[in-house]
Design a protein around this ligand. Structure first.
Ligand code: FES
Length: 117
């Protein structure tokens, strides 16, 4: 279900913001072009730190990616996979849309989400 989570201005261009949803933190990213938005779990699977919203945006072979600010592991923003080959480090991604100055994420109910983590 689409949920309004913040205003466009709450997310810096070419940067990210952390959205709390139930027990989970979601990293929301906005590329500098202002039209490309992505969202994935904020917790890096390398050592469990909730830091990906502060990661460095870039691209890998034309696909958008984020590099963790701690040890630079990179993840594809389209499907959440680790770009270094750790198949068990895939992160959950979320659909994003922008309407009338607000950002929406396609999120499950909070209770449902908490149980899945
Ligand atoms: S905590 Fe993210 S790469 Fe180490």
């Amino acid at each position: 279900m689409w949920r309004a989570v913040c205003d466009i201005e709450d997310v810096p261009g070419n940067g990210g913001a952390c959205i709390k949803w139930g027990e989970r933190q979601i990293a929301l990213f906005r590329f500098a072009n202002g039209t490309s938005w992505y969202a994935m779990d904020n917790r890096c699977p390398h050592d469990g730190q909730a830091v990906l919203a502060r990661g460095i945006l870039g691209d890998s072979g034309g696909a958008p990616k984020v590099a963790c600010p701690l040890h630079k592991n990179s993840f594809c923003l389209k499907d959440g996979r680790h770009l270094g080959g750790h198949e068990d480090w895939r992160l959950t991604t979320y659909r994003v849309k922008v309407e009338a100055g607000q950002v929406f994420l396609d999120l499950p109910d909070k209770e449902e989400h908490r149980g899945a983590s």
